[in-house]
Design a protein around this ligand. Structure first.
Ligand code: 173
Length: 346
């Protein structure tokens, strides 16, 4: 439109006739008015658009939290702040999301600590929390992590939108005791120390590669939470689930700190409110989803493998023992402190 106006002016001048009032309007005054409107818009328009990405496939269990957050922000933030959802791993590999967030390639990210241990090994410790986020925000545990997020990720963890959601071992070979010798299992850093402590051989893959790995028999099983195995069809390639579950899956919405610092108070308030709502509703929501998916797995013919109570207790305790040992090995400075904040009171 603006270039059409300019072209018009140039064309008119070539005719070398006296400049009429109409020409003046088109040539000088109109562009001025257009520029003034544009300028006043820029001066008063507060609306900022942030770019968001998820490490999990769009419209599946572990993207639901950020998708609801985006809906809330885009609803409450009209004229203030909006989010442009780029999508899931089709747009960016899961293990790249942490880097992209840190470097400001995206402003917001939905991901889990295990996917960016290269930048911040301590982030994988969220899985070991035995206290609620509400408690951790009061007891200093959140604040301790917040400093590490700022230093190592240039980020703020706005909301943990997955909690109360245990991980399990899924298998295609029956076991009668928690001895995983001879089994090859798909992992992320979440399960590495525990499954290796039980004798397994491990291979790390993004969630998007699990189906093919199962189909080709490259792995005998995989680690995953209690919910979500139906999302990408893994139920078709899964015979057993080992109980009990262990840890508490964490997926959170992170924001790049530089992008956050550029926002005004009103914009921050819209994001904070949507984040707080998401974090508050997650624990109860997942308890309900856990029960639903447990039934759904049984209905799909997935058999549960259980152990004697004492063996089961040892299995569960070994998960935490191996998990914390791994954390402390990778972060001797912060691991012990995080263990104090995160563990349940004795
Ligand atoms: O198994 C995984 O890919 C993983 O680490 C994870 C973490 C949180 C939620 C779902 C999966």
């Amino acid at each position: 439109m603006r270039s059409a106006v300019c072209d018009n002016v140039v064309a008119k001048r070539r005719h070398d006739r006296p400049v009429s009032w109409g020409d003046q309007v088109r040539g000088k005054i109109l562009p001025l008015v257009v520029a003034m409107i544009a300028y006043s818009g820029a001066a008063t328009a507060q609306e900022v658009t942030l770019r968001a990405i998820s490490a999990f496939t769009e419209k599946t269990t572990y993207s639901a939290g950020i998708e609801r957050f985006i809906d809330r922000v885009n609803q409450a933030g009209k004229g203030i702040v909006q989010i442009n959802y780029i999508g899931g791993p089709k747009a960016m590999p899961a293990f790249e999301v942490g880097n992209a967030l840190k470097n400001g390639v995206v402003d917001l990210a939905n991901t889990t600590g295990a996917f960016y241990t290269n930048l911040m090994p301590e982030a994988d410790a969220w899985k070991l929390t035995q206290r609620s986020m509400a408690e951790l925000r009061k007891n200093g545990g959140y604040d301790y992590m917040a400093r590490l997020y700022e230093q190592k990720m240039n980020a703020i963890l706005l909301a943990r939108v997955v909690d109360n959601n245990p991980f399990h071992l899924y298998l295609n070979k029956r076991i009668t005791s928690p001895d995983l010798t001879g089994l090859k299992l798909r992992i992320t850093p979440v399960y590495r120390d525990f499954f290796q402590a039980l004798g397994a051989t491990v291979v790390q893959t993004a969630p998007g590669e699990v189906y093919t790995a199962l189909e080709r028999g490259v792995v005998d099983g995989y680690g995953w939470p209690i919910t979500g195995i139906f999302d990408l069809g893994w139920n078709e390639k899964t015979k057993y689930r080992v109980d009990p579950g262990f840890y508490s899956a964490e997926v959170s919405i992170l924001i790049n700190k530089t992008a956050w610092d550029r926002l005004n108070d009103q914009q921050k308030a819209v994001l904070r409110k949507a984040a707080d709502e998401g974090e508050t509703e997650a624990p109860a929501e997942f308890l309900a989803e856990n029960a639903r998916d447990t039934e759904r797995q049984a209905a799909a013919g997935i058999e549960t493998i259980t152990f004697d109570p004492v063996v089961a207790r040892n299995y569960y305790e070994k998960a935490y023992e191996a998990g914390w040992a791994g954390q402390i090995r990778q972060s001797p400075e912060h691991g012990p402190k995080l263990r104090e904040f995160f563990s349940k009171p004795e």
